[in-house]
Design a protein around this ligand. Sequence first.
Ligand code: 475
Length: 836
Amino acid sequence: IEASIPEGQRAAWRKYSAQEFKTKDEFDAEVVKHIETTLARSLFNCDEAAAYAGTALAFRDRLIIEWNRTQQQQTNADPKRVYYLSLEFLMGRALDNAMLNTGMKDIASEGLKDLGFRMEDVISQERDAALGNGGLGRLAACFLDSLATLNYPAWGYALRYRYGIFKQEIIDGYQVEIPDYWLDFNPWEFPRHDVTVDVQFYGNVRKYTDDSGKQISVWENGEIVTAVAYDAPIPGYGTKTTNNLRLWSSKASHGEFDFTKFNSGEYEASVADQQRAETISAVLYPNDSLERGKELRLKQQYFWCAASLFDIVRRFKKSKKAWKEFPNQVAIQLNDTHPTLAIPELQRILIDQEGLEWDEAWSIVQKTFGYTNHTVLPEALEKWSVPLIQHLLPRHLQIIYDINLNFLQYVERNFPKERDMLSRVSIIEESQPKMVRMAYLAVIGSHKVNGVAELHSDLIKTTIFKDFVKIYGPDKFTNVTNGITPRRWLHQANPRLSELIASKLGGYDFLRDLTQLHKLESYVDDKEFRKEFQEIKYANKVRLAKYIKEANGISVNPSSLFDIQVKRMHEYKRQQLNIFGVIHRYLELKDMSPEDRKKVQPRVSIFGGKAAPGYWMAKTVIHLINQVSKVVNSDKDIGDALKVVFLEDYNVSKAEMITPASDISEHISTAGTEASGTSNMKFVLNGGLIIGTCDGANIEITREVGEDNIFLFGNLSEDVEDLRHHHFYGDFQLDPSLDRVFKTIREGAFGDAGQFSALVNSIVDHGDYYLVSDDFKSYLDTQKLIDEAYKNQEEWLTKTITSVARMGFFSSDRCIDEYAEMIWNVEPVKVQGQES
Ligand code: 475
């Protein structure tokens, strides 16, 4: 339906068209208007929460004007667009980012002062948008920032979970999960009640032959759930581009079915239907790198894929182009295998609804999709049971079988002598029950597959996708090393450092071209610069120390070495190695004379991270850390020599405060298990050094900053398999220092030893799968080196400054340009500003 205003009436529109505030007074007027009308408050009852709400609404209005303009101009240009499908976007707070990206923070700051508020207090009122678990979700958020900043016409698609990742409370040393109902007040979203998609589940497939002799499949008699779009504007930095993140919310369809029930008096049944529908987008699954095969999770995945594809196809069809143009207009990136159902879904749309032939449709599908793998951990690789898919998505199962049949025939033709290969690469695993291997479907349905750091991209080619490299050739597989947005992870998290850099580099251009940081190397001997750099680090540590005092009641000395490990709790990330190292340090301190103890480099060991609610071992590690913290911090012998802190509820906004305060951060995964890591990049960019294994992006960070500026330790990934094999056959020698740590635990030094027996036994009796014992000595030796190195503050400072200067490669802007060129084949579209 054409809803445009006729030419004759447009003058009035243009005259009154919404204007962006440009001055402090205009900003204040917007804030006060929102507080007094939208919020129905006044100067007599305006607290910080209301000030935040008013400010956020003023910025939201501004963003939406830019969003509208961007969408209109992108529609006119009709370029190829990127669609980033991710079940997780770990966005954190939006206000500070909106102020930075619109360039209006200073004006807003002055304006708020006029109204009686301080900017920091207002910003900290906002709760995190926590629609993600960890690295994968935060990467998606950084990518949205870079896509908009680089003017790529791009949309994110995800689910509008009513509950984000749970809030973590530590009670008596144990993790307790609290629901995160975050939508009480969310000014950053726009409900689009007119943008809906009906999504079908269950039902059956009817086949018949039409008059022309063509086989037709009709998926019918299913249950319909409606997807409603909620849009969040994503502003780019220093550009007029404001892209869109579209989140789908589920609700009962108002089809005749419900009405019949309602009218016939089955009120409860019709309400139950409604609740069942709403359950689909109710909650984010809190597992990081683990798949549990729950039906509701599969429903979420299909609901989101179907709604997003319908939306993408609808947009494409408006351009009235031929179907073969689809891959020239649309690039869809699959963030891990979670959206893999989009592949059979697009094939279904093309053959069942649009009447294309199989081969033509399949070629479109393959050209459209790219797939990013984020993990090689076997427990994280998605498999769905055939009976479950049959039940929930009967037509998709048929299509998956047909995709598989064609693929296996192709393999057979090309590799006639390799009979075993067929069962190895089949999408269907011949187990009981049969399983659909989603990663294989994603590889087969995409034109490019990428890993997220060099080592990881090599590993997927030699392990999980080895056969596929043979089948398709190596060019289908590529690497895009992860990155982080310098806007949030340098400028917002560490404004003083950003300002110092800007003062030397002649402005903030480095925030759009991070490689310019290399110019800092010429200041590495500049006394003034060094002093300021060091002062900033110290101030950031003071800020964290203050927070620790408030949150944990622990006093820490900001002059101590701050050693930080914050990330999801997982055995492969080896927080247990860290805490065993802390216990070892504690025992050594206890062995010393008071005089010797005074000579030791004081250290604060800081931990933070959530454990998946059902991950017992990870929860045990949290408990152990808290118990050690209790014992060590109250031991009068120890004093400032060692403090241990577990920070509750680690999230994006806490990361912004914690990251700039590290001297050392720990990235100590068993080699070959951490696909990339991204917090490693954040810490170094903020003037901290790394203790790490030769894993993920640590390797590339080493290449950039130089071996002298990073503390590497531990076994290499090529040796891991052999070591595990040896352990399995009984050749296992527990490291003597670790043995002593375990003895201490068993003696009850940290409370009931029974609590920790599974953790200890996993190493002593069950093969030490993550090689904690094998790497323990090397870890302790390296920590010693760190203590020594830190004593030479001048040299330490040189290392940190040099490292910052060499981190330019790790901007997510570089990632996005690589994806755009190698995978998506898309060009930027420059959005013009408002005429004034
Ligand atoms: C890697 N999450 C990091 C980061 O590439 C890497 C979420 C839901 C279900 C299953 N898994 C997940 C991940 O797999 C994940 O976060 N992976 C991480 O992706 C970005 O830097 O090494 O572990």
